[in-house]
Design a protein around this ligand. Structure first.
Ligand code: ATP
Ligand code: MG
Length: 470
């Protein structure tokens, strides 16, 4: 990582920006630029990678742009994968800290339709034209040059000034640019949260005007921005921006419905404030936890009656599933989030018996317990409480004790199995075997000392006898 800038490192005059990014570019990136230049092509570092380098941040990914056509680039980098659909050539850097580098032929966009991606792109050898199609001025700077000549910044839209002012300003007329591709509005909010930047007034107003166009975006594109927003340091500011711009209402109307729903939590704050604060209180790992925090009270607006929200956790779980399906969220994460939401209303009190603690473990599932406690911490913070409010620390240690005790919590740990029962009672395989085992487990969870072969067979005999009488 020696070549990769560390956030906050060495900042120079001109508003503290690194205006000569060259020394901070990784060796692998220099090598790729050199190879393109040597072959007679113009080549530049662009987009977020240059923006972040100038800010002294570690870029999320590296983007180069070149006058070489995709086939020419691919020929120069035999290790590359050429993705025809986007005209990008993806070159492995050979350095894990850097990953793949996207080398894209300079282009101008035309014929935007459906408020989404352009329908046609034309390759160009003008870096200015390529920069003009980019979304925000801070993303529309390039560093590099022609095959021969000086290496320099190309900044036709004064992105440097906006970097110094920490402002996101659209390239060109904002309403037009957002009308071309509605994703840019979500990117504005997400980049504001990631970079800690503000959105310039005209861009902000244009987002308010055009917010409804996000309805035309695919769920995947919305989801990708939401994922990045939730991972951001300034995620709570980002979520508030999402609501204040009107984007939330169109991207997730069920979340926007939380605005104005009263809560007895933080004085003067509503349910949406609670959700936002909960996201603020949620740790970064596991990555779906903040999503669970955002969505955990999704069921409240529709279950509100007499200031209570009976059953909101299961209504909310179903709504979260529908929302995440709309966003094409990966199903494994979706299921974890939905499960956490369904389980989030546990109300531990010290008088819970050990058996009650064990029943809770079985209901939630041992694998989900840590996440559920982390969600409760976030929920507590969202309610203006300390993270461990509600005797969470005590509850956690009681749960841990039960797990460590080795008490049987599933059928596999019972001292008898199905064939024992079939032998004992002369049964053929059938549902009665499973239901009897389940009832035995239930008894063992209540009293772990029953979990011996003899005692369980004796319990089974009394169950069978009682069933025979009824
Ligand atoms: P990140 O730090 O998350 O990677 P980024 O700005 O680099 O943010 P990328 O998706 O990597 O985002 O895109 C690279 C560059 O491509 C952007 O900086 C911008 O110049 C341009 N770009 C990306 N998406 C759009 C878009 N929807 N409209 C116009 N330009 C875009
Ligand atoms: Mg990027």
């Amino acid at each position: 990582m020696a070549d990769v800038p560390v956030p906050g490192e060495e900042l120079t005059p001109d508003g503290g920006l690194r205006v000569d990014p060259s020394p901070a570019l990784p060796a692998a990136v220099h090598d790729m630029l050199d190879r393109l230049w040597s072959a007679g092509h113009a080549a530049y570092v662009v987009g977020g990678s240059l923006r972040d380098t100038m800010l002294g941040r570690v870029p999320a990914d590296w983007d180069l742009t070149t006058s070489a056509l995709p086939e020419q680039t691919a020929a120069l980098f035999p290790e590359a994968a050429y993705e025809n659909a986007f005209g990008s050539v993806v070159v492995p850097s050979g350095d894990d800290a850097i990953g793949d580098v996207d080398i894209t032929t300079m282009r101008s966009d035309h014929d935007y339709a459906d408020f989404r991606r352009p329908h046609r792109v034309d390759f160009t050898d003008s870096i200015e034209l390529d920069l003009a199609r980019r979304d925000f001025t801070v993303n529309a700077i390039a560093w590099g040059g022609e095959a021969v000549g000086t290496r320099h910044l190309v900044d036709p839209h004064d992105g440097r000034d906006d970097l110094a002012r920490q402002t996101l300003r659209a390239v060109g007329e904002p309403a037009t640019r957002f009308g071309e591709d509605a994703l840019r509005m979500l990117r504005a909010v997400r980049l504001a949260a990631t970079l800690g930047f503000g959105i310039e007034t005209a861009a902000f107003e244009a987002i308010r005007e055009k917010a409804d166009l996000v309805r035309h975006l695919s769920g995947e594109r919305i989801a990708a921005e939401m994922r990045l927003l939730l991972a951001a340091t300034d995620r709570t500011a980002g979520l508030r921006l999402l609501a204040d711009t009107g984007l939330l209402e169109h991207a997730a109307p069920e979340l926007a419905a939380q605005r104005g729903v009263p809560q007895n939590k933080v004085p003067g704050e509503d349910l949406w404030d609670h959700s936002v604060r909960s996201v603020g209180g949620a740790v970064a790992d596991p990555p779906y936890l903040r999503l669970a925090a955002l969505l955990h009270d999704l069921g409240k607006p529709s279950t509100m009656a007499d200031g209570r929200f009976v059953g909101h956790e299961s209504v909310g779980a179903d709504m979260a599933r529908a929302l995440l399906d709309r966003w094409h969220w990966p199903t494994a994460e979706r299921d974890l989030v939905v499960h956490l939401i369904r389980q989030h209303m546990f109300g531990y009190v010290p008088r819970w018996s050990d058996a009650a603690v064990r029943r809770f473990i079985v209901k939630v599932g041992p694998g989900a317990l840590d996440d559920l406690f982390l969600l409760r911490e976030a929920d507590n913070v969202g309610s203006g409480l300390p993270p461990d409010a509600g005797r969470l620390t005590e509850f956690r240690s009681r749960v841990r004790r039960e797990l460590d005790s080795g008490a049987a919590l599933d059928l596999r740990s019972l001292a008898v199995d199905g064939s024992d029962l079939m032998t004992e009672f002369g049964w053929q395989p059938g549902p009665i075997v499973g239901t009897t085992l389940q009832r035995l487990l239930d008894r063992v969870i209540g009293d772990p000392t029953l979990n011996t072969r003899d005692r369980l067979l004796s319990v089974a005999r009394s169950i069978v006898a009682a069933d025979g009488r009824s």
